[in-house]
Design a protein around this ligand. Sequence first.
Ligand code: GLA
Length: 390
Amino acid sequence: MTGLPDEPITERATAGFTRAYGTRPAGLWAAPGRVNLIGEHTDYNDGFVLPFALPRRTVVAAAPDSGRRWTVWSEQAGEQVSFGRAQAAEPGRVSGWAAYVAGVVWALYEAGFDVPVARLAIASDVPLGAGLSSSAALEAAVLTALLDLGELDVPVADRPGLAQRAENGYAGVPCGIMDQSASIRCRPDHALFLDCRSLEVEQVPFDLGAAGLAVLVIDSHAPHRHVGGEYAARRTACESAATALGVPALRDVGTDQLDAALSRLDDPVVRRRVRHVVTENQRVRQTVELLRAGRLAEIGPLLTASHRSMRDDFEITVPEVDTAVEAALSAGAYGARMTGGGFGGCVLALVDRAAAEPVASAVSKAYAERGFRAPTSFTAAPGPGAQRLG
Ligand code: GLA
């Protein structure tokens, strides 16, 4: 299993700022990546999700700038990018990782805010491209920093929507509201039960340590295959199914109405997509009920059922993640599932704390037998959402 880097990212962001700009930052802000415990591809169907914040995060050191251009240095990218108001006003003008930063500036302007010009330095230990929401962490950290620097009063409940706009409208990624909500609204030792229609949240106790449990996060390192196109295709299929069924969104199909709804759809592929979303919403609610009752280990079968639904009905898994799930289960995990958008990324396994290491080894062994690139694993307990650090 891998540990965290030695030098804290707060120090790396501060040192990066001082190196890039020759002065100390005015403050430090952080926002985490996330794992989604359960509720996949339900957010853009107005449904339910249950993510928690990773103890891995993106840190922004920032200070106001009296000039007219935002300047951003990124440790991970190893480069500095600057852009002015005109580039921030036109989606697509800033590309690559900096599009998420320019996108936040754009979303704030679009919402009518007077955005403070700033210098920023970014360091992160959220793995990139692993389905752990590194982009939402970046958006949330930058958003929180700019709101504070500009003394802009935006309620926490409204912030995820601004970060999501940055991603949808500027970076051009058609994601739902889950990742930004998780990065901004999660709390330590809790999972965030989010109703993606009303945006109401319930902080559901998920104290793994007290229960003697651990969540093992296994990065499958599967090469991402056509992720963007496949995500958009799933979204379109769900939206057209809702239209065909005469409901605003698939959230409005209850499990008791599922058979009747399926009988009205001709395409077997669309039927499977609908079945995943409807049953997944139900699994989220059942998971929340068990967590409210403090029966943490009992959510295992729901996690595994969610994985099988993603594999067989939503068809978004790949051999590497299926292998990790089956190997984790054979090695004694209570439950395991792919987390995030799919086609690679990470698997989470709910295990007894003492079993984390053996389960990780069992997954590595199964990978070696199949000739897959070795996975990396770490344990994660729910950490805090976006905040000012200093
Ligand atoms: C990605 C998207 C989210 C959500 C998940 C699937 O992480 O960014 O909005 O749709 O996939 O649950």
